[in-house]
Design a binder for this molecule. Sequence first.
Ligand code: AMP
Length: 214
Amino acid sequence: MLEEVAAAPVWVGRMGEGMRVVLLGPPGAGKGTQADRIAARFQLVHLATGDILRANVADGTPLGEVAQAYLDSGELVPDEVVVAMMLERLTQPDCAHGFLLDGFPRSVAQARALDEHLAELGAPLDAAINLEVAEEELLQRLAGRGRADDNARTVRNRLQVFASSTRPLLDYYAGQGVLFSVAAAGTIDEVSERILHAPRDVSVNDAGGGSSWP
Ligand code: AMP
């Protein structure tokens, strides 16, 4: 373990105290797969908003009833609903030892609410890891996934929602100096390895950056 710490990338610096990490990236970037791996490696609670919402839909809870139409269309579930759900979850004791958020926040309003909550606890985010994928590659990946909300219209909408609501988070976290970006092309192992050595990203200003996002 000590050797790992010595060779650790900068975002792993607080590992001993329990890291607080956010994973960002468009739908189809492989967030879920990589989140599982990071969480297992660093013993973090892995919270995937989409999974929690889908479980609520499946269980027919009041939250699930609200969420269903948004999931089906690819729109974001309203900020206040998702924020309440996630902040409640984050107050549970297991999250005190570090967590990895996969799919939250997805808007600047959600990020602000998360920051305020963590500031109250005196436990700010350690890293926002950004998985970058070109749009053509995403469309191919999403086409092969077969999830209920992966039909063409919903996919298109989810990509637009990412571009308009979620992408601004990259600047938000770059401004805080906690953004780390990696190319998410290649094999699962390659991407995992890249994540562990992700460089700090302080300049995401849409000035090219190899991305084809609008
Ligand atoms: P995902 O499994 O992360 O791709 O999320 C699937 C769907 O759940 C999204 O298309 C949204 O409708 C909803 N969702 C997931 N996370 C959030 C969030 N942080 N804010 C609002 N809606 C969300």
